[in-house]
Design a protein around this ligand. Structure first.
Ligand code: EPU
Length: 424
């Protein structure tokens, strides 16, 4: 397995172009199954998770064309008419694989899929997806390792669905299923994340009738068919936030390009609270820390527009070297403080108040160590810790990192970081 060698790096400086969003791309690719017409995507990130989704779709009959190295993808045929189910080993690679369930129920009317895998950050139930499918008339059966679903004779029926928790992929799955259901579906307590909005916008371009995306109530009038379209995958707000936090940790001055600053409002507020100067344009954010040590600040994650849980591990690494004591409360996943032991081994002074709440007493500096990433965002957090630590940090567990960050070592080297991937 590869590892990253990261050495203490002076203030990061320069510009970094942000990739297309992983978590927007996954449902958008799954949505290609809702039409028999061609779909064309641009700004597709080259990531393990997008590769997995494309492989899943191919296993279901999707025909795809992409030139090597290109971010443009043509899906010539997305919808399958066969009653197939994807190989378990593929489905179990990531949580996002379950996003094929909604389109399959709406199209062929059947799915069978292994329980999804994904980062080990909590229980990660799918009961809300199932509750919604059932409300639309589907029969959903859970077996030992698989979940299968069958639409009623005549297809899914529109329904009123109130989610108990605003699940992001749950909202996306139900939204996709509802576009081809008979009649009206109302999803309340829906997720408001920008990735839900981009999915809805693409579906509208495909001819779906959807209102309320971006609010907690989404209304869908089902259509008989949807058409193909061209869609640009929006920028990855989590990747952008990760580089800004890295810049702040090193006292640097970095611009992230090709982003939508409004998606990062709460993150920018927190970066300002630690002492960063922030300037935004329509499509870029510049952060300047002017060489200062970050100040402590409290953080509480939550569904959008609150501070994103995906940026909690990188922000914890930043607060580990801040002046003062910060309190971090993780309110989305019950097990997302797994990076604590690694940070502590590097000298971070962090006390757990509970499984989801940590007190971070900032120390002047960390010390490089050999550490292992336990999940995708924790991996980037450890990179930040390595950039600010004395000596060299060796990070293993890169299979997590590569699921969601495209060429992070190249992008960071471009900003002046001392970071190198070592092949095993
Ligand atoms: N939940 C339930 N029942 C459900 C669904 C969710 O109880 O049926 C709970 C979960 O256990 C969790 C909370 O609700 O405690 C939020 O889960 P959600 O379903 O919103 O998360 P997700 O859809 O599985 C997506 C992203 C995650 C991101 C979360 C929260 C994708 C493919 N994944 O996951 O991204 O952390 O939303 O914003 O979109 C990542 O990119 O590193 C990542 C983990």
């Amino acid at each position: 397995m590869d590892s990253l060698l990261v050495s203490k790096s002076g203030p990061l400086s320069g510009e970094v172009k942000i990739q297309g969003s992983k978590n927007a791309a996954l449902p958008l690719l799954a949505a290609s199954m809702l039409t028999v017409e061609q779909m064309r995507f641009s700004n597709l990130p080259d990531l393990r998770d997008t590769e997995t989704m494309l492989a899943l779709l191919r296993a279901l009959g999707s025909v795809q064309k992409q030139e090597s190295g290109s971010t443009e993808l043509l899906i010539e045929k997305g919808r399958t008419s066969i009653l197939a189910h994807p190989p378990d080993w593929l489905a179990q690679k990531m949580r996002g694989s379950f996003l094929i369930a909604g389109p399959l129920l709406a199209g062929p009317g059947y799915f069978q899929i292994a329980f999804p895998g994904g980062c080990p950050i909590g229980k990660r139930e799918i009961d809300q997806h199932i509750k919604g499918f059932r409300a639309m008339g589907a029969e959903v059966i859970s077996e030992a390792r698989h979940l299968s679903g069958k639409a009623p004779a005549g297809g899914l029926r529109g329904a009123k669905i109130k989610l108990d928790t605003p699940s992001v992929t749950g909202t996306e799955n139900l939204l996709m299923a509802a576009t081809l259901a008979a009649g009206k579906t109302v999803i309340s307590n829906a997720a408001c994340e920008p990735e839900v909005v981009s999915l809805a916008d693409c579906l509208v371009q495909m001819g779906a009738k959807i209102t309320g995306q971006g609010t907690s109530q989404i209304v869908i009038e089902g259509k008989k068919t949807l058409s193909g379209t061209e869609y640009q995958i929006p920028p990855d707000r989590i990747e952008a936030g990760s580089y800004l936090i890295a810049a702040a940790g090193t006292g640097g001055a970095v611009s992230v390009l090709g982003v939508n600053p409004a998606d990062l409002t709460r993150v920018l507020d927190h970066l300002a609270a630690v002492g960063a100067e922030i300037e935004t344009t329509e499509s870029s954010i510049r952060l300047n820390m002017r060489g200062k040590r970050p100040q402590a600040c409290d953080l509480m994650t939550g569904p959008y527009p609150a501070f994103p849980t995906d940026l909690q591990p990188p922000f914890m690494a930043l607060l580990a070297i801040a002046e003062g004591v910060s309190r971090i409360e993780e309110r989305v996943f019950e097990d997302r403080l797994n990076h604590l032991p690694a940070l502590r081994s590097m000298g971070a002074d962090i006390i757990l108040e509970s499984n989801t709440c940590a007190l971070v007493k900032g120390v002047k500096s960390l010390t490089g160590k050999a550490v292992k990433a336990t999940d995708l965002r924790a991996a980037f957090g450890l990179i930040i810790a390595g950039l600010v630590a004395e000596g060299t940090t060796s990070i293993s567990g890169l299979e997590h990192l590569d699921r969601g960050y495209q060429s992070p070592e190249l992008k960071l080297t471009g900003l002046g970081a001392a970071i190198q991937r070592m092949a095993d």
